[in-house]
Design a protein around this ligand. Structure first.
Ligand code: ADP
Ligand code: MG
Length: 651
């Protein structure tokens, strides 16, 4: 069944060549209980290692069930060990963070057997070996003899064809040792059993075949043999599918066993994420708040129309544009600044033709009084009222009081030092902290005044309109059409201003993210180091898993998953921390800056410094996991390439 043909294993140590195995020819058949005797260093473990594919011979061939293993890949060997070989080691080699039951179930789980049946079969195996009361204990809480019995149960659970035991009694007293060997032989009737020992007495009592080895050479082989039976079934190496949940459990246990260290790392890594999130929030908050506050000064739905050559728009063009179905309302826009005299003081006010949309007065602030009905009646802004009364900005509660003070007040528009027109206040638009000194008059009345003051001037420089259409495409098409047919340009000032703010903020965001990415590079190195440390701490475990038939990509995946969990932790920390910090800073800003500012200026500023949004949080969570997995890939790869023989050698 197992054949070694001229097998040699050579180690080169400097100038010295050492033959751990020297031209070994052996064959093992079912029913063999072969004891391999030899002094320490004679090559016994090496022989087992090449027989299980944990090590490769330097020369010679090994065949299993008539199949030459020369072409075996690492994967084939892993599957072979998993299905055909049961290992028992001197130092038990149980996985510390798994219970006895899970340890025994492991080779079955590696085969892809579902968890329930794996655990059931493991339980039966443990009961048979007399450990029914200890199945849920971790190895640390079991005695040496109990641990070795768990290891034997693990070796038998897959019903393998070969049992390989490397000094299985070495760490036990002789009575316990005898029991272990007896159990082994009792339960391996039709298997190949190879027991490595240097205990000659033990061999004499239990072996049906004793092989002695010295300096890598077979010295004696008393073939008290079973008849040479031909191999019944061919070796079949069907690829198992190891469940992700199993690897995940290893990753999670790895993580949990060093929770403090991992939390610290995650916290450091999260700093980069937190800064990205906070910057995104702050830029979102400022951009949003600026738009909102700009909307208080510039009506978002107002479009200005200019002649392409910046000349006056004639009445023909005006009529043509007014005739368009898209146009809701169309007004000439006059905006001139004149000195005025009110209550004995001289000051400068802007005179504007009344917005066609008088509702704007209500929408963007509070309106007091009424709209003008005669040519000498005007509406003033909050700032104008304050200047007339020579007052500082006042609290919102006092706007009504202020209007009571200024309503019906008359003032003179001054031309060349002389009063030109007397105007009377009938309404006030309390437009908040950003208020400018404005006087609103009906278009015709204002046109009469300005054309009287400057008969040659043209005040029909621009038109203001709102539109019936709202989709960006329609507006764009209409703008283009007006340009083509009327030679006018239509602009939305609000969109232009907020667009500029947004593009400045976007640029800032890009820069800041660039900076944050640098901190992430450092974090990546950190994750890599932590996973590397984890690999170093688990070298023995990696060796055990390999001996039990785990494949290298399974091992790689364990550490990549561990990295991913690390990343997830930092993402979650970043999420919680940034939401907390954002709400804290917002509250700080609102109570220490915004509220006092509004109180002093009487404004109605409404600023959200940081606006928490889900998209960047989601991005950070996903990115955190992927990023950590990439960072952990290198140490994980290193783990998967570890030499199992070295890993299993006693520390
Ligand atoms: P045994 O199990 O009989 O005590 P081993 O099979 O472990 O002996 O080792 C056989 C010989 O090969 C020893 O001399 C050991 O020092 C040597 N050896 C084993 N592994 C290596 C290695 N990786 N590099 C160099 N020498 C090794
Ligand atoms: Mg050994």
């Amino acid at each position: 069944m197992l054949n070694l043909h001229h097998v040699t294993k050579t180690y080169i140590n400097g100038d010295e060549t050492l033959h751990a195995l020297n031209d070994v020819n052996l064959s093992f058949r079912p029913g063999d209980v072969a004891f391999l005797l030899g002094a320490s260093g004679s090559g016994k473990s090496t022989l087992l290692n090449v027989l299980s594919g944990l090590d490769t011979p330097s020369e010679g061939t090994i065949s299993i069930d008539g199949v030459d293993t020369e072409r075996f890949s690492k994967k084939d060997w892993a599957i072979y060990r998993n299905h055909y070989v049961g290992f028992v080691f001197q130092e038990y080699n149980l996985i510390e963070h798994l219970s006895a039951l899970e340890n025994v179930a492991l080779p079955l789980l590696f085969q892809g057997v579902d968890r329930k049946s794996s655990l059931e079969r493991a339980r039966i195996e443990l009961e048979r070996i007399g450990l029914a009361n200890h199945i849920d204990k971790k190895p640390l809480f079991l005695s040496g003899g109990q641990q070795q019995r768990v290891a034997i149960a693990r070796a038998f659970v897959t019903n393998p064809k070969v049992i390989m035991a490397d000094e299985p009694t070495g760490a036990l007293d002789s009575e316990l040792g005898d029991k272990v060997i007896e159990y082994l032989i009792e339960n391996a009737k039709d298997k190949v059993v190879i027991v490595v020992t240097h205990d000659e007495d033990l061999a004499q009592r239990y072996a049906n075949r004793i092989i002695t080895i010295s300096d890598g050479k077979i010295i004696t082989d008393d073939r008290e043999q079973t008849p040479d039976t031909p191999d019944k079934d061919k070796l079949s190496l069907t690829e198992p599918r190891m469940r992700l949940s199993l690897l995940f459990k290893f990753a999670r246990n790895n993580l949990a066993s060093r929770m403090f260290r991992n939390l610290m790392t995650a916290a450091i890594v999260s700093v980069g994420f937190i800064s990205i999130l906070l910057l995104t929030f702050i830029i979102g908050g400022i951009t949003g708040s600026i738009s909102e506050n700009i909307a208080k000064i510039i009506p978002p739905d107002e479009y200005q129309i200019h002649h392409v050559e910046d000349t006056a728009i004639d009445i023909g063009t005006y009529t043509a544009i007014l005739g368009r179905p898209e146009v809701d309302d169309l007004q000439y826009n006059i905006n001139e600044t004149y000195p005025v005299q009110a209550r004995g003081n001289t000051m400068m006010f802007s005179f504007l033709s009344l917005p066609f949309d008088t509702l704007a007065f209500e929408r963007d602030g509070t309106f007091y009084g009424r709209m003008p009905e005669n040519d000498d009646e005007v509406v003033i802004s909050l700032r104008t009222a304050l200047e007339i009364r020579q007052m500082q900005m006042i609290d919102e509660d006092s706007y009504g009081y202020l209007f009571d003070l200024v309503t019906e007040t008359q003032f003179d528009l001054i031309h060349l030092g002389q009063p030109h027109t007397t105007l009377k206040i009938v309404g006030m638009h309390a437009d908040g902290a950003f208020s400018q000194a404005r006087v609103y008059m009906p278009y015709d009345a204002l046109y009469d005044i300005v054309s009287d003051l400057d008969p040659d001037g043209d005040y029909r420089m621009s038109l203001v309109t709102t539109l019936n259409i709202s989709s960006d495409n329609d507006i764009q098409a209409f703008t283009q059409d007006l340009y083509d047919t009327e030679n006018v340009v239509m602009r939305n000032v609000f969109a232009e201003v907020t667009g500029q703010v947004e593009s400045v903020m976007d640029n800032a965001l890009r820069w800041f993210i660039g900076v944050a990415l640098i901190t992430l590079v450092v974090s990546g190195i950190l994750i890599g180091l932590v996973i590397y440390t984890s690999v170093l701490e688990r070298i023995r475990e990696i060796g055990i898993l390999t001996a039990l038939g785990a494949r290298s990509h399974n091992i790689r995946l364990i550490f990549i998953l561990e990295s991913g969990l690390n990343g997830l932790m930092s993402g979650i920390i970043a999420m919680v921390a940034s939401i907390f910090i954002a709400s804290f800073l917002n509250r700080l800003f609102n109570s220490f800056i915004e509220a006092p500012l509004n109180l002093i200026t009487g404004g109605n500023l409404n600023f959200t410094l940081l606006s928490v949004s889900l998209l960047p949080i989601f991005f950070v969570l996903v990115f955190g996991v992927i990023y950590a997995m990439i960072a952990g890939a290198l140490p994980a790869h290193y783990a998967s390439k570890l030499n199992a023989v070295h890993a299993l050698r006693k520390e």
